[in-house]
Design a protein around this ligand. Structure first.
Ligand SMILES: Cc1cc2nc3c(=O)[nH]c(=O)nc-3n(C[C@H](O)[C@H](O)[C@H](O)COP(=O)(O)OP(=O)(O)OC[C@H]3O[C@@H](n4cnc5c(N)ncnc54)[C@H](O)[C@@H]3O)c2cc1C
Length: 472
């Protein structure tokens, strides 16, 4: 029987855990090679967990971070067995440790052929294009190192892209040494001297990381944070008792206003009982895809316009120690906060001149030696300039969603083409699936996607085997 192949492009959490789940599929042996494409020095950690600084913590307690939905203690056991538990601050561990955990899991799959016949190999390169296979169904993936991989099935697991440029053109500041467009690059903060003035754009989890990093480096210069809403991520309450699901009250509601009214009622009820609001929002998490999918596009757009900023502050939380440090930095005046949006950045002899605008107020100007973009990952596939994305977008085989959240797919994650037809070859997993689920970012959602997609790809392999047998 012909050996089949699945190519997974991107070896961060999503792509690596998909490879691991493919190796765990049960049943008759598969005759299949899995090609995992990842240009970083090792597959597994991806962008989020390649962090080399020990002050960068996971923002979710360890107990919620098992790579396997059906083995909730897996990560905690790994920490214990490997002696890495000392890297945890209370229940929050370093992202570095988590990266090692993922690297080890995928490393096992790369080292040994799986019992089910799947044979996984890592290509330390990036994919530049995916073209239809001229010899029949499937595709040919071209890598930067010149390799061509014939693939029956291809999965885009491209993850999070660096933040968008913060201002409209001109962008002549992009190559300025004081402009840091991607705060996650290795050594991103190393050129900052302890007395340099630094301005951060954004006040989310990335800004928290950068401030903690600068503090650990003994930075003494002026620190300014510019954000539109001026809010910081709230502190996690890891030991709060769970709140019962009230999804039945939300089922069938198709406006944001109706849903918000019910949620507010439950928050008030929880607070009246002396409970925190956080578990009320957390109780919605398993049902968020259904709530989101129940809103027509205009309601989804309304949510993004008016509530997404607030949602991200309430939903994406900081470890309590980090939140306390930010409060302290603000209260002591070490960090100055400005509300507004950067409208223009101009290189000067002293660094960068930043013009900040806010509705109804005169523009302000601040000069800083360094400007760091902390506005969060870019997931708007209409604007992503990565060569592979551009190639597929121009060929009409990858279609960005109209709200700028990710990619259009069918229910299984198969890419829809420009004619709205689901591809039989191209799939996606990870943050790119936000148009379908809205929350498609954190480990609990992504590990479940890896299980479901691995099963689906397993079924597709069986169908290919079946048609080969019937044709023979
Ligand atoms: C800084 C940061 C911290 C986070 N912390 C947490 C946390 O504490 N808890 C949590 O639950 N979630 C966290 N997240 C959310 C995060 O989205 C997920 O946890 C998860 O790591 C996403 O994995 P991914 O594989 O989809 O994306 P990524 O980690 O972005 O990995 C995608 C990979 O694809 C590769 N790639 C891209 N293009 C190509 C190409 N053309 N060819 C080959 N390879 C390519 C990249 O090199 C990259 O390694 C964090 C996210 C970020 C950005």
């Amino acid at each position: 029987m012909q050996r089949r192949s699945i190519t997974i492009i991107g070896g961060g959490f999503s792509g690596s855990m998909l490879a691991v789940q493919l190796a765990r599929l049960a049943g008759q042996p598969y005759h299949c090679d899995v090609h995992l494409i990842e240009p970083r020095p090792a597959p597994g950690p991806g962008l989020a967990y390649t962090a080399r600084r020990s002050e960068y913590l996971l923002n979710v307690p360890c107990k919620a971070l098992s790579a396997f939905p059906e083995e909730p203690d897996h990560f905690q056991n790994w920490l214990r067995v490997t002696g890495a538990a000392h890297t945890c601050q209370t229940v929050f561990c370093t992202r570095q440790s988590y990266g090692r955990y993922l690297q080890q899991l995928v490393g096992q799959v790369l080292e040994w052929p799986a019992m089910n016949g799947m044979n996984c190999q890592w290509h330390n390169s990036s994919a530049l294009s995916v073209e239809p296979d001229p010899a029949g169904p499937g595709a040919v993936v071209r890598l930067r190192n010149g390799e061509l991989i014939r693939s029956d099935l291809v999965v885009l697991a491209l993850g999070n892209f660096p933040p968008a440029l913060p201002t409209p053109p001109p962008h002549d500041y992009v190559r300025h040494p004081g402009f840091h467009g991607s705060p996650w690059l290795s050594g991103a903060l190393s050129s900052i001297k302890s007395t340099d003035d630094v301005l951060l754009l954004g006040s989310g989890l990335t800004a928290v990381d950068v401030l903690l990093g600068l503090r650990a480096d003994g930075h003494q210069g002026r620190l300014t944070v510019v954000s539109q809403h001026g809010r910081w991520p709230t502190a996690a309450v890891p030991d709060a008792p769970a709140y019962p699901s009230f999804y039945p009250e939300l089922a069938g509601l198709n406006t944001v206003g109706e849903v918000m009214r019910v949620v507010r009622r439950h928050v008030a009820a929880a607070q009246a009982q002396g409970l925190a609001w956080q578990p009320v929002l957390d109780s919605l998490r398993p049902d968020l895809p259904r709530i989101w999918a129940g809103w027509p596009l205009a309601e989804q757009a309304r949510f993004l316009r008016h509530l997404a900023g607030m949602w991200s502050v309430l939903r994406h939380r900081s470890p309590p120690g980090n939140a306390a440090t930010i409060e302290e930095l603000l209260a002591s005046g070490r960090v100055q906060q400005l509300r507004g949006r950067a409208r223009q950045l101009v290189p000067t002899d002293d660094g960068l001149l930043v013009t900040i605008s806010r509705a109804g107020q005169p523009d302000r100007q601040v000069t800083a030696r360094h400007v760091i973009t902390c506005t969060g990952p870019l997931l708007d596939y209409r604007r992503i300039q990565e060569p592979l994305v551009v190639q597929l977008r121009e060929a009409g085989r990858l279609v960005p969603d109209p709200l700028g959240l990710g990619l259009l797919t069918d229910v299984n994650g198969a890419l829809l083409n420009a004619d709205g037809r689901a591809s039989g070859t191209l799939f996606t997993i990870g943050p790119s699936r936000r148009p379908a689920f809205f929350e498609s970012t954190a480990v609990p959602e992504l590990r479940a996607q890896a299980v479901t997609l691995a099963r689906l790809l397993g079924q597709r392999l069986r169908q290919l085997e079946h048609s080969e047998r019937t044709e023979a």
